[in-house]
Design a protein around this ligand. Structure first.
Ligand SMILES: NC(=O)c1ccc[n+]([C@@H]2O[C@H](COP(=O)([O-])OP(=O)(O)OC[C@H]3O[C@@H](n4cnc5c(N)ncnc54)[C@H](O)[C@@H]3O)[C@@H](O)[C@H]2O)c1
Length: 257
């Protein structure tokens, strides 16, 4: 594959558990990569470590998905670097835990800004590229909890991102852009381990496995593989879908953990 024929993938939250696997898989698939994260050092370490074919490029850029100016700037940087943007994976998210009885309004707003408004603004900035290229792919990482329920701010963001997926699928179709979502189940990451000791995570994990017909946790590679499929030619006529990558746990009620 020559450098010119390679598509360009932009992945947010690239340095996290799922982001690293998604970046690795899209590079394996032959795409150029723009790895975005609020933690620039971790994104740089990732792109240096990942294997690349001759002529294949991977760059790391800092972006704060909660900040409109930062999104605007980073899309300009990716555009200047590669001249095109084909695949956007909206994977970055923050989580402040809290129930309906005790959530903090400032934390609620921060989650909405990063997890929901961020993907919309990013796609707004990338849309002119899709318009010029007459093609594009958007893959939004949601969560099984959008259907199962759970902490209200997190579920509201993820259900909102499903709504945004469906809305953008309709609006961007005129530029031959497909927009789909992936809903993973639980896996250990900074995101899910934050503020929990190993024992309490293990209890939650066991509960999740009990709720999962296929009887295991999700892996980052499960999600990366589905991302690869949705970015591929085989998925060209699939849009506005949510693919649950959680072993059937979307069928189970969300138990108290
Ligand atoms: N881990 C799970 O069990 C699980 C389950 C379902 C869905 N998800 C979703 O998968 C996605 C990735 O989660 P993960 O488990 O890999 O988490 P993670 O914490 O390992 O990774 C999240 C990444 O996002 C980055 N990030 C945080 N705030 C940012 C911001 N403002 N701007 C840009 N980047 C920012 C972090 O630096 C980190 O690298 C999230 O959307 C999450 O909601 C995770």
């Amino acid at each position: 594959m020559t450098s010119e024929t390679r598509r360009v993938a932009l992945v947010t939250g690239a340095a996290g558990e799922l982001g690293r696997a998604i970046c690795a898989r899209l590079l394996e698939d032959g795409l150029h990569l723009a790895a975005l994260d609020i933690d620039l050092g971790a994104a740089q370490a990732l792109v240096e470590r990942l294997p690349k074919a001759p002529g294949q490029r991977a760059i790391a850029l800092r972006a704060d998905l909660g900040d409109a100016a930062s999104i605007h700037l980073v899309v300009q940087q990716v555009g200047q670097s590669f001249g095109r943007i084909d695949v956007v994976v909206n994977n970055a998210a923050v989580n402040h835990r809290g129930s309906l009885y005790d959530f903090d309004p400032a934390q609620w707003d921060h989650m909405m800004a990063v997890n929901l408004r961020g993907p919309a603004l990013l796609c707004q900035q990338v849309a002119p590229y899709w318009q010029r290229q007459a093609s594009g792919r958007v893959i939004n990482i949601v969560s099984r909890c959008w259907v199962a329920g759970g902490p209200p701010a997190y579920v509201a963001c993820k259900a909102g991102l499903v709504g945004l997926t469906r809305s953008m699928a309709r609006e961007l179709a005129e530029h031959n852009v497909t927009v789909n979502a992936i809903a993973p189940g639980l896996l250990p990451s900074a995101f899910t381990l934050d503020g929990r000791d190993a024992e309490s995570f293990e209890r939650i994990a066991q509960g999740s496995i009990r709720d999962t017909p296929l009887q295991r946790l999700t892996t980052a590679e499960d999600v990366a593989g589905t991302t690869s499929f949705l970015a591929s030619r085989d998925a060209a006529f699939i849009t506005a879908e949510v693919i649950h990558v959680c072993g059937g746990s979307q069928l189970a009620p969300f138990g108290k953990r």
